[in-house]
Design a protein around this ligand. Structure first.
Ligand code: KG4
Ligand code: ZN
Length: 341
């Protein structure tokens, strides 16, 4: 169960500074400052990310408290992302959370970012909202992760499989960079794909055992495909951009769905879910719905603002931990790598 307590949560694992206030399973505020500085570098620059967190964090926390219309004295716990993430970025959130917990004399709660992405499904926004039933399977897809997780209970996670190299979000972003699109490239490929033929081109498929994924081979085959075609026709990308995006996107999503289908068949679980920034992709959403239909599954996809990195998901995870009295001590340190379960 989630707890009936006001909790302040902070997320700072990568390039978004976010603060949220939760009461039970209802979000009272979720304020995020997205860092634009990385766009010019075509990827997140860790040193710059930490500095931007340092600049943004107090105004963001302040804005969340004002928006939720709560007093600092009402806050009953402070939560933060312990990891996985960039060390410099995590340290900013952890330090501010510790200072606040100390000043307010309330417990501190450390949250696993990957667990939080999944628990975002339990944020209540609508009266008639349905929630996944346990156990369910969740595919967490983002710029840093690709994981297939069996969720047995709110705080009981079992990793079925994950990427052995690049995350699927990276496969989108790196291809977009090659095509001369901006950063992050995933949303741009998604947009351009809408006007293209998804069957125009085929890409190689990596063979990976079990429920694991691999995207680095696909990325390399995409690079050679572009280079070879540009040698024959310097305008190849310009003239076929929509078809390239649609075909590449279909291929990446097909790889994800194949493993998801294997998990449905082998576990017999009928509630299936998506999490992470790539869950915003329209092809992922379409193929997920048809997978659900085909196997008689209920499909759960969180609201967009709870898919990309945000503190609301840290807050809901903290709400479960609060009811278990799962607090941490002040000497806790962030972890760059953390397993989901
Ligand atoms: O979860 P997230 O906000 O941050 C990480 O923890 O990584 O995910 C960001 C990733 C980026 O790789 C971005 O390109 C991708 O999500 N993304 C998309 C779409 N929207 C965001 N990828 C494909 N299609 C989209 N519509
Ligand atoms: Zn994330």
């Amino acid at each position: 169960m989630q707890s009936e307590a006001f909790i302040l949560a902070i997320e700072s694992s990568c390039d978004d500074t976010s603060a949220a206030i939760i009461y039970g399973n209802k979000i009272l505020a979720n304020v995020t400052a997205s860092q634009k500085i990385h766009e010019q570098y075509g990827g997140v620059v860790p040193e710059l990310a930490s500095r931007d967190h340092q600049k943004n964090i107090i105004p963001v926390v302040d804005a969340a408290i004002k928006k939720a219309d709560v007093k600092l004295s009402q806050i009953e716990a402070v939560a933060f992302t312990q990891g996985p993430g960039l060390m410099g970025s995590l340290l900013v959130g952890a330090s501010v959370a510790k200072s606040l917990a100390l000043a307010l004399n309330v417990p501190l709660i450390a949250v696993n970012h990957m667990q939080a992405h999944i628990l975002a499904h339990f944020i209540k926004d609508e009266e008639t909202q349905e929630f996944p039933a346990f156990p369910f399977i969740c595919l967490t897809i983002s710029g840093g992760h690709t994981q297939l997780v069996k969720v047995n209970a709110p705080l009981d996670f079992e990793l079925l499989g994950e990427t052995t190299d690049d995350a699927v979000g990276e496969a989108f972003d790196k291809a977009a960079k090659l095509l001369g699109l901006g950063y992050p490239g995933g949303p741009q490929i998604d947009k351009l794909a809408k006007g293209g033929n998804p069957h125009a081109y085929n890409f190689s498929e990596s063979k990976v055992e079990g429920f694991d994924f691999s995207f680095s081979g696909i990325k390399t085959s995409f690079l050679y495909f572009i280079q070879n075609n540009l040698q024959k026709d310097p305008d190849f990308v310009k003239r076929n951009l929509a078809d390239i995006c649609a075909s590449y996107q279909r291929h990446l999503v097909h790889v994800l769905m194949k493993k998801f289908e294997k998990a449905i068949l082998e576990t017999g679980i009928k509630d299936i879910a998506l999490a992470g920034g790539v869950a915003a992709n329209s092809e992922v959403r379409t193929q997920m719905q048809s997978l659900g239909k085909q196997h008689g599954c209920r499909v759960f996809i969180p609201k967009f603002e709870y898919c990309t990195d945000n503190a609301a998901m840290i807050a809901i995870a903290a709400s479960y931990k609060f009811s278990e009295r799962d607090f941490c001590s002040m000497d806790i340190v962030p972890e760059v790598k953390m397993k989901v379960g």
